[in-house]
Design a protein around this ligand. Structure first.
Ligand code: AHR
Length: 865
């Protein structure tokens, strides 16, 4: 991490009042800024105001105007002792303490105390921590002096440092407690004594704060509407009539790759999920650190045990097959009979008659020409398949065999049984079904991959999500660690607290994209880890040190060469060696994943972006604008995108169904001349996080708006994609599964209907309703597209009301079409999780009647003549 050290200067104080900002206006009032210790100090900056400095009126009553972004969600992101002040240009600054164990303080600035700019966390060395920071303006030097308290083993030490711009600081030097001005004041807010700073401001300034709060309250109320509120919201609504007029002569081109998928190894999506390998911890690389030491059973032997007698096992790392794969097991057999047993991922599912490839690396450490039997067995020792591996030599060698399962079971185990006495080292013990998706070696679980392919996604984003940037710089996903021979790949701790074998790596991702005819969208870290970083303790501000950034930039450039370069190039040759001499034809690369937009981010992102632009101008770089649809990262991310002319940015938001219903105009106002948008992560979240008809229809409604704005929004992917039952860190997901079943959700069918019915031009249309209340209008959403390949006209119609919408569709302006259209309807009760689309055909004409059932999504596909 590049440290921002504080540089020493002379400390010259200027006279200060306890009222920190003055206003000449006669209608001035007092503003008190403070934080409480509620919600573990996570509620951020609050305000109260007063006419007389006696009676304080809290705003909100505790509306949060600024929240701390330092460290991890849950454990950190705390604000202690905020200190607010206004500089000579009228800009407000707030500094605060983030915790009592890191030697940093936090800084942010805002013109209006509402829209705060990016935060920074200058290192306030040399103290152990940085508490109660304060600022005074030094008028002689025209700079600011910051002082703070550091408590170390009961000793209270005071320090000061100066800055002109809150970016560069002089080194800290010790001061005495008398040098502090102790500008904080205590006032009673709602009967509680709070400590903070008082400022004199124009009344209209406070009015602005009040308005911001009121706006938040009213929109939150709107956005929290769910179908449970319908009896009250729509008490008098009995029926709704609609007229939809499709104006075939007015159209605009829209993206032909709007619907794609977001793949991240979360919820056991890769190992134990989409990746076909059936052995858990095949490389003996699970480690306590995968789960931060919290699970003692999560070690090199996880999923392995010894059964029977005569054989004991130990772990070794003295002479590994490859330095990336350090650990291997050594079986010491005094009498043949004992077995090394793997339980798979909650059992190994087998299908009768199917062939499985067994492979393992073995070496006789002691003894000669050892033999082993490898069996797949049931819990009562039923043998479902068996092979022998003979004459194991004294050097590491890969041994392979094929086994046919004689039964279908969900939960077999694999046994490796030494047949000879001595010491046998084993590593990379693998059992792989031959029937993978498209029959690929080291491929994907066929049923799961097929359900994904059925969406007809036009792109695949990988490897995340937060997996892409990790939760500390050591945890950043490096694509080079995930290619080449499996035994040479570098496994790592998964940010979601388990293990990533890297068996499903960049080659497999690209191959999957090719197999399903989708554009690959790899996302690389922007040289910084997750905003939620827990490793290293300093949050995302700990980016890759600048002295190592050039190497990192080169890694990113090498990825393009690996994907697209000719076989004469260094990395292109590696791709060819892996079995793909032809280019993967990569067109896009994402740099960053919903990062905090800080100076540290900007410096590193810009380096990567400029290098990509210069060397590969044909590649579309996708930037990032934070994890929300608004707020500091969103604004600052967009500012950076505008400054650098980034061709596309990645937006993320997980919101309530109400948000999606009421924000269908979100992109209508976007400036068409600016960066295009990839909505990389979104989903409708209800309390309890189900994936049901209500969330699915909210997403379907919003997708009509994305189609309408398909000239700006180029791509969109629901997130996350996969979740294994019993191993789910995040809900809702699109597809749930266990070892033998795949369970698509209602939301999946919405994505699939959009994937199968996408178009590349948007046809203008007008929707008129018999009821013009906003709550009603927002719940009927329509989009009309045309697919140039088939020339079909496709209408998507969502009715999120609890009553049918009796619709007249006018097609007289669309040209000649076939009178029989295919209709697909997804409908049911709002909380239904098993609603499935039903298909029929209906007659259409220039003016025809169509009922949109209550709570439904209808797709009408009309053939042109
Ligand atoms: O989709 C799950 C997570 O949500 C992703 O990893 C992250 O980018 C987002 O916060």
């Amino acid at each position: 991490m590049k440290k921002v050290y504080l540089f020493a200067i002379l400390f010259v104080t200027t006279f200060q009042h306890t009222v920190l900002s003055m206003s000449n206006e006669t209608d001035s009032v007092y503003l008190f800024s403070y934080a409480t210790d509620k919600n573990a100090n996570k509620d951020g900056l609050h305000f109260a105001w007063s006419d007389d400095r006696k009676q304080w009126i809290p705003i909100g009553p505790e509306h949060s105007y600024l929240k701390c972004d330092y460290g991890t969600w849950g454990a950190e992101k705390n604000m202690f002792d905020p200190y607010l002040f206004q500089d000579n240009d009228g800009l407000w600054h707030c500094i605060w303490s983030v915790n009592d164990y890191d030697s940093v303080f936090a800084h942010a600035a805002a013109d209006d105390l509402i829209l705060w700019r990016r935060q920074s966390y200058p290192e306030a060395v040399p103290g152990k921590n940085c508490l109660m920071p304060e600022v005074v303006f030094n008028s002689t030097k025209q700079n600011y002096t910051i002082t703070w308290l550091s408590v170390n083993d009961g000793d209270s030490l005071y320090y000061r440092a100066s800055t002109e711009d809150f970016r560069k600081y002089t080194p800290a030097i010790g001061i005495s407690s008398e040098d502090r001005l102790n500008m904080r004041t205590k006032v009673s807010v709602s009967g509680v004594l709070e400590e903070g700073t008082i400022h004199k401001v124009p009344k209209k300034f406070v009015d602005g704060l009040l308005r911001a709060h009121e706006l938040t309250v009213s929109r939150n109320q709107l956005w929290s509407e769910t179908t449970k509120d319908y009896p009250e919201l729509f008490a008098s609504l009995e029926s709704v009539d609609a007229t939809i007029t499709v104006n075939g002569s007015e159209s605009k081109p829209i993206s032909d790759m709007l619907i794609g998928i977001f793949f991240e190894d979360i919820n056991y999506a890769a190992d134990g999920g989409l990746y076909g390998e059936l052995i858990q911890n095949r490389g003996f690389e699970y480690s306590l650190s995968d789960k931060m030491g919290k699970d003692k059973s999560w070690n090199y032997f996880k999923a392995w045990q010894i059964s029977g007698v005569g054989t004991v096992y130990s772990m070794d790392s003295v002479s590994p097959i490859h330095f990336n794969n350090k650990h291997y097991v050594v079986l010491n057999t005094s009498k043949a009979g004992g077995a090394l047993v793997n339980e798979g991922f909650d059992g190994i599912p087998l299908k009768k008659g199917e062939k499985y490839n067994i492979s393992l690396f073995a070496r006789m450490v002691k003894g000669r020409n050892g033999n082993v039997r490898v069996r797949i067995v049931g819990s009562n020792d039923e043998v479902y398949g068996e092979v022998s591996i003979k004459k194991i030599s004294g050097e590491w060698q890969k041994y392979s065999a094929v086994l046919t399962a004689n039964t279908t079971v969900p939960n077999a185990k694999l046994e490796v049984i030494p047949q000879t006495t001595g010491c046998l080292a084993l590593d990379m013990v693998s059992l792989f079904p031959q029937e993978t998706f498209k029959g690929r070696k080291n491929g994907l679980r066929a049923d799961l991959a097929q359900v994904i392919a059925d969406i007809k996604p036009q792109f695949v984003r990988f490897p995340g999500g937060c997996v892409a940037h990790g939760d500390g710089i050591e945890n950043i996903y490096h694509w080079k660690n995930t290619i080449g021979p499996l035994e040479a790949r570098k496994p790592q701790r998964n940010i979601w607290n388990y293990h990533q074998s890297a068996g499903l790596g960049y080659f497999e991702y690209f191959q999957f994209c090719e197999d399903i005819n989708a554009e690959p969208i790899p996302i690389v870290a922007a040289g910084v880890p997750c905003q939620n970083s827990s490793c290293g303790g300093a949050g995302q501000q700990g980016g890759i040190p600048m002295c190592k950034m050039q190497d990192y930039v080169q890694d990113v450039l090498d990825l393009i060469e690996w994907a697209n370069g000719s076989t004469d190039t260094y990395w292109g040759k590696k791709r060819a060696e892996a079995g793909h001499p032809n280019s993967f034809n990569l067109k896009y690369i994402g740099v960053g994943n919903e990062d905090l937009i800080t100076d540290i981010f900007e410096e590193r992102f810009t380096m990567i972006y400029e290098a990509l632009k210069e060397k590969y101008p044909e590649i579309t770089v996708i930037g990032t604008v934070g994890p929300w649809f608004e707020g500091t990262d969103y604004r600052e991310g967009w500012e950076l995108a505008n400054k650098l002319n980034i061709p596309m940015v990645d937006e993320h938001y997980y919101q309530s169904p109400g948000w999606f219903i009421y924000n269908q105009d979100f992109y209508d106002q976007y400036d068409r001349s600016k960066s295009k948008v990839y909505l990389g992560e979104y989903a409708a979240h209800l309390p309890g996080r189900p994936n049901n008809l209500e969330t699915a229809l909210a997403e379907a409604s919003y997708l009509t708006a994305l189609e309408r704005n398909g000239d700006v929004v180029q791509m969109a992917s629901y997130a996350p994609l996969l979740a294994k039952e019993g191993y789910t860190q995040w809900n809702p997901d699109l597809i749930y599964f266990n070892n033998t079943e795949v369970k698509p959700t209602v939301g999946y069918y919405v994505q699939k209907l959009y994937g199968l019915n996408s178009g590349n031009s948007y046809i203008s249309n007008k929707v008129e309703l018999s009821d013009d209340k906003v709550a009603v209008k927002k719940r009927v959403a329509v989009s009309v597209v045309r697919d140039s390949e088939t020339n079909d006209l496709i209408l998507k119609l969502v009715n999120m009301l609890a009553v049918d919408v009796n619709t007249t569709v006018n097609l007289d302006k669309v040209g000649a079409y076939s009178p029989l259209a295919v209709r697909t309807v997804l409908t049911g009760m709002p909380d239904e999780k098993m609603a499935r689309p039903e298909i029929d055909s209906i007659e259409v004409s220039d003016h025809f009647l169509l009922t949109l059932p209550a709570m439904s999504f209808t797709v009408l596909r009309i053939k042109s003549k």
